[in-house]
Design a protein around this ligand. Structure first.
Ligand code: ADP
Ligand code: ADP
Length: 233
């Protein structure tokens, strides 16, 4: 069964007299457990599509069904609720709270979910352990390396057991060695059954995904299984 079902969505931005069709017509189905890389040149609509997939924005036309819910026409409050429950975000720039410990950063989505403090801390600690940061729970972001910061961000994305992890250029600010470590972590999370959508410019990063979706000028130009996956079939 499909977790994400997008049917002929479009998104236009109106700036004064100018209308920009960031997405023209995108139809896409993603099943539970898939690991998809979203690629395409700058301006092709990747961020716009990720914002819609992540319920940060709604399409101008077409239909988006996420986990059985039609989220195409929801209000901002309704979207926020769906987002907190269904989506885990990982960003290029980590987006951690600078004055808060790893534990408090990871526990943050559970505050919005109304989980009590003792349980929040227990779940945050366990999730930090699962990403290899059991010995960094009380550290603040500036006391951690880039790779460790991104691990904290991955733990924050996971702590609420979301239906999808959306990762926007998660290795964009990391050196090659650290990027490989973070991609290994994301692969491990995928193997545990999580659904992952990853935006990247780099073929070396996209090769970790099982399926590549390539956008150009607001349409899907290409949608194929990764070479390794295909040859294993
Ligand atoms: P990508 O992430 O692939 O670089 P984007 O989704 O950011 O592509 O942009 C697609 C097109 O939509 C571009 O022409 C961009 O300038 C335009 N665009 C994106 N966001 C906005 C916005 N908030 N307002 C106006 N135009 C936008
Ligand atoms: P970029 O990849 O351009 O550096 P980000 O990955 O930081 O941008 O953010 C991508 C989109 O997600 C933006 O539209 C931003 O407003 C939104 N966003 C950033 N941080 C958060 C957050 N913590 N929660 C929800 N949305 C966010």
């Amino acid at each position: 069964s499909s977790l994400i079902s997008i049917d002929d969505i479009g998104k236009k931005y109106v700036i004064g007299a100018e209308v920009i069709h960031a997405l023209r017509s995108v139809t896409l189905t993603i099943n539970k457990g898939e690991f998809v890389a979203l690629m395409g040149p700058s301006g092709s609509g990747k961020s716009t599509l990720m914002n819609i997939l992540g319920c940060l924005d709604t399409p101008s036309k077409g239909k988006y069904i996420l986990n059985g819910m039609d989220v195409s026409h929801m209000t901002d409050d309704e979207l926020a609720e769906v987002r907190n429950k269904e989506i885990g975000f990982v960003f290029q720039t980590f987006n951690l709270l600078p004055r808060s410990s790893s534990l408090d950063n990871v526990a943050m989505p559970l505050v919005y979910a109304g989980v009590k403090k003792v349980e929040r801390e227990e779940r945050a600690r366990k999730t930090l352990e699962s990403v290899g940061l059991g010995d960094r729970v009380n550290h603040k972001p500036n006391e951690l390396s880039g790779g460790q910061r991104q691990r904290v961000a991955v733990a924050r994305a996971l702590v609420n057991n979301p239906s999808i992890i959306l990762a926007d250029e998660p290795t964009g600010n990391l050196d090659t060695k650290t990027s490989i470590e973070i991609m290994a972590l994301i692969e491990e999370i995928h193997k545990k059954g999580n659904t992952i959508i990853l935006v990247t410019h780099e073929d070396d990063i996209a090769k970790h995904a099982h399926r590549i979706v390539r956008l150009r000028d607001g349409v899907i130009e290409d949608d194929f299984l990764n070479e390794e996956v295909r040859s294993a079939l």
